[in-house]
Design a protein around this ligand. Structure first.
Ligand code: ADP
Ligand code: 5GP
Length: 208
C-alpha cells in the first residue's frame, strides 16, 4: 500500500439519456469499490425498484427549492422537466479526504461543475448510434411515451456539447466502455498535479 496521499479525482460522467451512463457507472463501481458516488436530489418520481437514498434522494419541488435557496447544491439543473441537484457537502468532504468521486449528471450540470472546479474530469458517454440509443431507451421501458419522446428528441442536440468534455467513451460493448472509464480514472490519478505530495516525500527521504 502506497503512503503517497494524492488529490482525489472528481469524475463527471454525462451523455444523452439511454447512452448507458447508469449501466457503465454501476459496472465501474464494481471494479473500483473505493470510488465514492454522489447521490443526487431529484423531484422526478421514483422508477420501479429505485430506492430513496440509494439511487436518488426523492424530494418535492418545494423541498428542492428550499435546499437550492439554502445553497445546499454544488450545481442543479432542470432536466427533461424535473429538477436535479448535487448535494455539495458530500462532494466537498470526499475530495478533502483525497478519495476519487463520481458524479453522473446532465450536461448543464457538468459544465457548471467544470467552471467551479476546473480539475474535474468530464467524460461524455455516447451510444454507437442514435438508432441504438432509441432502441435501448424504449427497451428500458422506464419512461412514459411523452418522456421517451422528449429524451429521444434531446439526444442529437446534446451531442453538440461533446467538445466541452475531456474524454469520449463509446458504449458499444459494456465491458470495454467500463474499462475505458477505469483507464481514464487511473490516468488522471497519476497526473503530477495530483501527486505533489510525492515530491516532498522523496525529498524528505521517505518511501512512497
Ligand atoms: P442512461 O443512464 O445513460 O440513461 P442506462 O444505463 O439506463 O442509460 O442504459 C439504457 C439502457 O441501455 C438500459 O436498459 C441498459 O441496460 C442498456 N444498455 C446500457 N449499456 C448497454 C450496452 N453496452 N449494450 C447493450 N445495452 C446497454
Ligand atoms: P434520470 O431521470 O434518467 O435518472 O436522469 C435524467 C438526467 O438527469 C440524466 O442525464 C442524469 O445524468 C441527470 N442527473 C442526475 N442527477 C443529476 C444532478 O444532480 N444534477 C444534474 N445537473 N443532472 C443530474
Amino acid at each position: 500500500m502506497s503512503n503517497n496521499k494524492r488529490a482525489g479525482v472528481l469524475l463527471v460522467v454525462s451523455g444523452p439519456s439511454g447512452a448507458g451512463k447508469g449501466t457503465v457507472c454501476t459496472a465501474l463501481r464494481k471494479i473500483r469499490e473505493d470510488l465514492k458516488l454522489s447521490i443526487s436530489v431529484t423531484t422526478r418520481q421514483p422508477r420501479n425498484g429505485e430506492v430513496d437514498g440509494v439511487h436518488y434522494f426523492f424530494k418535492t419541488v418545494e423541498e428542492f427549492a428550499a435546499m437550492r435557496d439554502a445553497g445546499e447544491f454544488l450545481e442543479w439543473a432542470e432536466v427533461y422537466g424535473n429538477f436535479y441537484g448535487t448535494p455539495i457537502s458530500f462532494v466537498k468532504k470526499t475530495l478533502e479526504e483525497g478519495s476519487d468521486m463520481l458524479l453522473e449528471i446532465d450536461i448543464q450540470g457538468a459544465l457548471n461543475v467544470k467552471k467551479l472546479i476546473p480539475e474535474a474530469v468530464l467524460v461524455f458517454i455516447v451510444p454507437p448510434s442514435i438508432e441504438i440509443l432509441h432502441k435501448r431507451l424504449a427497451a428500458r421501458g422506464t419512461e412514459t411515451p411523452e418522456a421517451l419522446a422528449l429524451r429521444c428528441a434531446s439526444a442529437t442536440a446534446e451531442l453538440d456539447y461533446m467538445e466541452h468534455y475531456d474524454y469520449l467513451v463509446i458504449n458499444d460493448e459494456l465491458d470495454r466502455a467500463t474499462e475505458d472509464v477505469a483507464m481514464i480514472l487511473a490516468s488522471e490519478a497519476r497526473r503530477v498535479s495530483r501527486n505533489t505530495h510525492a515530491y516532498k516525500m522523496l525529498l524528505e527521504g521517505k518511501e512512497l
